[in-house]
Design a protein around this ligand. Structure first.
Ligand SMILES: [Zn+2]
Length: 292
């Protein structure tokens, strides 16, 4: 093991693992990470692989989890271990389970980001922010992300030759665009939050703001459900991809995966991102309501 590449800003862990692998020609990707474990003489532990990759990147597990995995988005708003850092030792069991998780099937990149990385460093790499669920356009360039097979994280760097498809072109003049932009901004902001936020604290604030905007929070039956608002505003394909089976729901009935955000029941962080994008006028205003 001789070449330990510098980890790049927002580089996704699987892509970094792939670059270590490609640069060192060590059999399979698993053999590469095992060679790293030997190289650093790591004692047995359940998170040995991510420890080895963090050391290769000249950092520690906590910072590596925070900056190079999707765990900060998967656990942005949570009902357990609130207040803990995403890479805290106490969460090793979760880290072991989640460090390789993506948020949508496939490996995604923005061709313009890849071209500018190429021009600057002579190669391109997989960015974590492009793998966020429901984030289908580059926040910086506005264009559609290209999708590649998930194996490309480990075996390749981003290239249009690998692309198997792209999401529909962005249409900034449509009424849904500001909502999707806010959603993307909030999801990106989740990656930067350094601790797990207590779900109840977020949901309580959201609930009162939603009720003031005539959204049904569970006890005002004349108000519309957040999910009906979403179905009226957002493209069906985007909703279905981000919240499977939402298109099958009947108008005037709740869709728990989204409506639970304002009913102070369990919901996933990306549902909170969409609820906030629908309820607030700007992502800054939405993010300011989150506890620090
Ligand atoms: Zn871009």
């Amino acid at each position: 093991m001789t070449i330990l590449p510098t980890v790049m800003p927002d580089e996704f862990v699987l892509g970094y693992w792939g670059r270590v692998h490609i640069l060192n020609f060590l059999g399979t990707p698993t053999q590469t990470v095992e060679a790293l474990i030997d190289y650093f003489e790591l004692p047995p532990s359940r998170i040995q692989r991510i420890e080895a990759l963090a050391l290769a990147a000249k950092t520690n597990v906590q910072d590596f989890v925070q900056s190079h995995t999707l765990i900060p988005a998967h656990s942005a708003i949570t009902y357990e271990f609130a207040g803990h850092a995403h890479g805290a030792q106490k969460l090793n069991a979760r880290i072991k389970q989640w460090w390789k998780l993506t948020q949508k099937p496939g490996a995604y990149f923005c061709p313009q980001c890849a071209a500018s990385q190429h021009a600057r460093w002579g190669y391109s790499y997989w960015q974590r922010g492009h793998q966020l669920r429901g984030v289908n356009w580059c926040l910086e360039h506005g264009n559609s992300l290209l999708c590649c097979p998930e194996t490309a994280f480990i075996n390749d760097t981003p290239s249009i030759n690998l692309a198997t498809g792209a999401v529909p072109e962005a249409e900034p003049e449509t009424p849904y665009w500001p909502v999707l932009t806010r959603y993307s901004e909030i999801m990106h902001a989740f990656l930067k939050r350094t601790v797990r936020t207590r779900m109840r604290d977020v949901a309580k604030t959201l609930r009162s703001v939603a009720a003031n905007k005539s959204i049904n929070t569970g006890n005002n039956l004349n108000y519309q459900y957040l999910s009906d608002l979403a179905l009226g505003l957002l493209p069906g394909w985007w909703l279905e991809e981000t919240f499977p089976s939402i298109n099958a729901k009947q108008p005037g009935t709740p869709f728990p995966a989204l409506d639970n955000t304002v009913m102070v029941r369990h919901a996933q962080p990306h549902a909170f991102a969409l609820a906030m994008a629908l309820i607030y006028e700007s992502s800054d205003e939405a993010l300011a309501t989150l506890p620090h």
